[in-house]
Design a protein around this ligand. Structure first.
Ligand code: AIR
Ligand code: ASP
Length: 284
């Protein structure tokens, strides 16, 4: 496993060379960071849960026509994804004020926004991922105007769908962060695809009744019960049995492994575009 070529190591994931051309393996670590990496911890089992949650959400999004990089789960901590040319932006969608929005504009956390708000951040750790606007994005050539429109439309659609899905299991989707990449097809046609992950690491999820936080804010704000919260989300999504796969800090490996099979049965029903083609950018 460790002999595989590492393409990129991030704070919560490692990306390895994939088994087929045009693919990567995404490995979910248990590491958690906050405040641009200043605060660090290892949360046993987080990677396993995020792998499952993200696989599930990406599969659901594909089923409503959102192209995603997800191909299939490989094991408890790994999934095979398409190799994309990543766009250097974080796209944040907000429904309820929290986090940096609440702070920057002095809005009380928990206030419903009059309509969803999409924000963009330039992915640059050294600069602390600064917020940018559409003129920066077009001007600096991170996206062309057509791509920008497409990404905004996709993000709204993802928000609509996930909002309904989480509401159905008693969770408020407060906000979340998305990343996108490009894939070039056989004839030079361009597909924008959802990439990275969707998990409690990059969504704020509150219990609909109590507003209890069930996401990474438990770690950021030292609220404790981080893994229990992630497990609660997985449980409500029907991805792990009641009581979960993590107990007393250790993972029930056998159970976790058997669940990967279920992910793939769901994912296997999708018709995927061929990924054996070169993804070299061609100017259009
Ligand atoms: N996010 C942003 N950068 C990294 C992450 N994970 C996510 C947060 C939150 C949303 O984007 O998890 O769900 C908005 O974050 P903030 O800090 O701007 O309020
Ligand atoms: N993971 C990022 C960091 O290390 C941001 C966050 O989720 O708070 O800062």
């Amino acid at each position: 496993m460790s002999r595989r070529k590492v393409i990129y190591e991030g704070k919560a994931k490692i990306v390895y060379e994939g088994p087929e051309p045009g693919t990567f393996i995404q490995y979910f670590k248990d590491d958690a960071t906050a405040m641009n990496g200043e605060k660090k911890a290892v949360i046993a089992g987080k990677g396993v849960l995020n792998n499952r949650i993200s696989a599930h959400l990406m599969t659901r999004l594909e089923s409503i026509g959102i192209p995603t990089h997800f191909i299939r789960s490989v094991n408890m901590r790994e999934q095979m994804v398409r190799q994309l040319e990543m766009i250097p932006l974080e796209v944040v969608v907000r429904n309820i004020a929290a986090g940096s929005l609440a702070k920057r504009l002095g809005i009380k956390e928990g206030t419903y926004l009059p309509r969803p708000i999409v924000e963009f951040y330039f992915k640059k750790d050294e600069l602390g991922d600064p917020m940018v606007n559409e003129d920066h994005i077009i001007g600096f050539g991170w996206l062309d105007p057509y791509e920008l429109d497409e990404i905004i439309a996709m993000s709204w659609r993802i928000n609509d769908y996930l909002n309904g899905m989480f509401a159905g299991i008693g969770l408020k989707l407060v906000d979340f962060k998305l990343e996108y990449g490009r894939l070039w097809g056989e004839y030079g046609e361009l597909y924008l695809m959802l990439a990275d992950e969707i998990s409690p690491d990059n969504c704020r999820l509150w219990d609909a009744q109590t507003n209890e936080k069930l996401d990474k804010d438990r770690f950021r704000q030292d609220l404790g019960g981080v893994i229990e919260a992630y497990q609660q989300v997985a449980e409500r999504l029907g991805l792990v049995p009641k009581g979960g796969i993590i107990e007393g800090g250790s993972i029930n490996e056998q159970l976790a492994a058997s669940l990967t099979q279920i992910d793939n049965e769901l994912a296997g029903e999708r018709r995927l575009r061929s990924v054996t083609k070169p993804t070299k950018p061609r100017k259009v």
